[in-house]
Design a protein around this ligand. Structure first.
Ligand code: KG4
Ligand code: ZN
Length: 352
């Protein structure tokens, strides 16, 4: 019997995506349609996102099947994002997947979007498997997790306020750069001095010890306010245009310093120097370079830009794992904006 073919569907935010995956990790067809319209508003408008998913989903799924050279009846398993995300957007993809599963009489898997981000890297790097320290950094989440094996996750730390990607997006807006903010800041920062402004490194100062509840935690809201204050001063003195690159580079360096320091604490605490990145901010060159340097002889696995941001190939890969575990969803399954991460336990003891 040939290895199963999985159709993955992702519509949690502003990408409509479908992928056909041949188990275990061959992506045969993959279409990602980004909704550029949100750039007009400086952020994702949920109602517009849902409507655009609805308009695009048929063609996106058909495109992925065509690229894979297979028909709907060749698909063995259907996997779709069930959360977390924008509820109206999630409902489009999940309802579409439920209809397909019903009509084709195929098993359905409801996938957690953030768990799927952890699987993305494994599609390109076979060695990006547990045990590893996972850093999930997206527009909506910032999570540091210890992954002893697939399906078992220990949440070491998460953000107390803004997500890392959200901080990039908000600072880009403050600087008058476009949305999404991460790539825009990276571009502008290339011409700036990362030491020009000493922005705070939140949750890193003050002699934290492993017993401190903030030891692995993140917070980016104060950093954003600090950038805002500085940008207002520069605006008033007419220096903003000349210093924009320096602000972008200094802000990026502050975020990267915090992320890298927390990852290194996790590496120490769990005695594991294999690190896997996931989520849109994993595309950051500064983050990758800095982590590579900090890890020295350790292993760093990061997805390519295409698999770092939202995509259906990672949904298919995570869906395949749950299918193999016999973890199927009934047709009554519903999307949840706050879907709990499967297999995730909170940190009980730091253990360093
Ligand atoms: O994972 P993702 O595509 O969507 C969510 O699930 O949220 O992540 C999108 C986020 C955005 O906030 C975007 O600004 C950020 O990833 N991002 C970056 C870079 N590329 C994308 N942040 C920093 N540097 C980048 N190069
Ligand atoms: Zn995402």
């Amino acid at each position: 019997m040939p290895a199963p073919l999985v159709l993955g569907i992702e519509t949690s935010c502003d990408e409509t995506s479908a992928a056909v995956l041949r188990a275990p990790r061959t992506v045969l067809g993959h279409v990602i349609l980004s909704q550029d319209v949100h750039a007009l508003y400086g952020g994702v408008v949920p109602e517009i996102a849902s409507r655009q998913h609805l308009t695009a989903i048929d063609d996106v799924v058909a495109g992925a099947l065509r690229e894979a050279g297979v028909g709907l009846h060749d698909i063995d398993v259907i996997a779709a994002t069930a959360g977390p995300g924008l509820i109206g957007a999630l409902l489009v993809g999940l309802t579409y997947a439920k209809a397909l599963a019903f009509a084709l009489e195929r098993p359905l898997v409801a996938v957690h979007h953030m768990e799927a981000h952890l699987f993305a890297t494994e599609l390109e790097h076979e060695s990006a498997h547990p045990p590893f320290i996972g850093l999930l950094v997206s527009g909506g989440h910032t999570m540091l997790v210890w992954v002893p094996e697939w399906g078992t996750y220990e949440l070491l730390g998460e953000t107390r306020d803004d997500a890392a990607g959200e901080a990039f997006d908000k600072v880009a807006k403050i600087l008058g750069l476009g949305y999404p903010g991460g790539p825009a800041i990276q571009r502008v920062a290339a011409d700036g001095d990362p030491r020009a402004f000493a922005f705070p490194r939140p949750m890193l100062s003050g002699g934290q010890t492993p017993d401190d509840p903030d030891y692995f935690a993140f917070s980016f809201s104060g950093l954003k306010t600090s950038v805002l204050t500085r940008v207002r001063e520069l605006e008033q003195s007419g220096e903003l245009d000349a210093r924009r690159a320096d602000v972008a580079a200094s802000f990026q360096a502050a975020v990267v310093d915090v992320l890298v320091a927390k990852v290194m604490r996790a590496v120490e605490a769990r005695q594991c120097n294999r690190v896997v990145l996931g989520g849109g901010v994993a595309a950051s060159r500064a983050l990758r370079d800095s982590l590579t340097a900090a890890l020295g002889g350790g292993e760093l696995y990061a997805p390519s830009a295409r698999l770092a941001t939202d995509n259906a190939a990672m949904i298919a890969r995570a869906g395949l794992f749950h299918y193999e575990q016999g973890d199927l969803a009934p047709l009554s399954v519903t999307a949840r904006a706050d879907l709990p991460f499967p297999g995730l336990a909170r940190l009980t003891a730091v253990g360093v």
